[in-house]
Ligand binder design. Structure first.
Ligand code: NAP
Length: 230
């Protein structure tokens, strides 16, 4: 088996476990200090992965915000921001989305083999479209990223993506931030969906750190023996 990057899942959720509200307006779960912490974690990574719904709903830029961190990365021979990665079945993504247009970092789009031609026609001018198997195989994506030199990957959601990384046992670390409010609407997306998780009542996930960051709390779980590796 090919190697895979050290994989850190990063997520903010409400007290009742939601990633977002059910409305079109984006829900801010973190505070400024925590956004800055995430910026530092991103800066330590070679690639950032989000699902296609997150690209469509949130239109994230996925760039390092701090000029000092960007400068430091460039001084060490890396891109100013990590490579951006997304996953889609049919590539129904806007080529003008910030994912594709913000920053000069490389963009990778993984899709099932049967969709590659169509996705390349749509997104080929703005991203590298990669065959991820038929059906799409998350482990294969991790191995391909490793082959492309990605040693450290941050996965920033949404729920479908977190569910797949966790149930496939492909996560080394989970950084879960709990915001001090409830969403209280089951139409909203939860942190994870149904699945057979390696961490359950019989096998509890090791809690590595608890940190208060203003009004949010960071829970850091060590999900593999590689936890903490640089
Ligand atoms: N609070 C946070 O930290 C945080 C972070 C990120 C996102 N979010 C929120 O999470 C929500 C989105 O979560 P989500 O679960 O709906 O979506 P998601 O995980 O962002 O993306 C799911 C999409 O990714 C593609 N995909 C995932 N697995 C695939 C597979 N095995 N094969 C083919 N395609 C696959 C599909 O795209 P296609 O539909 O294109 O086929 C699928 O619809 C948004 O509301 C966002 O605001 C919150």
């Amino acid at each position: 088996m090919a190697d895979r990057p050290y994989t850190l899942l990063s997520c903010g959720m409400s007290i009742d476990g939601y990633l977002d509200s059910a409305t079109a307006k984006r829900l801010l779960l973190s505070n400024d200090a925590d956004f800055d912490r995430v910026d530092a974690v991103r800066a330590s990574c070679d690639a950032i992965l989000v699902g296609a719904n997150t690209v469509r709903n949130d239109n994230p830029r996925l760039l390092i915000r701090s000029p000092e961190r960007r400068f430091d990365r460039v001084a060490r021979g890396r891109g100013a921001s990590p490579v951006k990665v997304t996953v889609t079945s049919h590539g129904e993504l806007d080529p003008c989305a910030s994912f594709f247009t913000a920053g000069d970092t490389e963009k990778l789009v993984y899709c099932p083999g049967a969709s590659v031609s169509a996705v390349r026609r749509r997104l080929g001018p703005v991203a590298t479209v990669v065959d991820a198997g038929q059906p799409l195989d998350i482990r294969r994506i991790c191995e391909d990223l490793s082959d492309r030199g990605v040693q450290r990957l941050i996965v920033e959601g949404g729920g479908s993506i977190h569910t797949q990384f966790l149930t496939a046992d492909l996560a080394d670390q989970l950084d879960l931030v709990v915001a001090p409010f409830f969403v209280g609407d089951s139409r909203a997306r939860r942190f994870v969906g149904d699945g057979d998780f390696p961490w359950n009542a019989q096998r509890r996930a090791p809690l590595a750190e608890v940190r208060q960051i203003g009004d949010v709390v960071l829970l850091q779980y060590a999900l593999s023996s590689r936890f903490g590796m640089d």
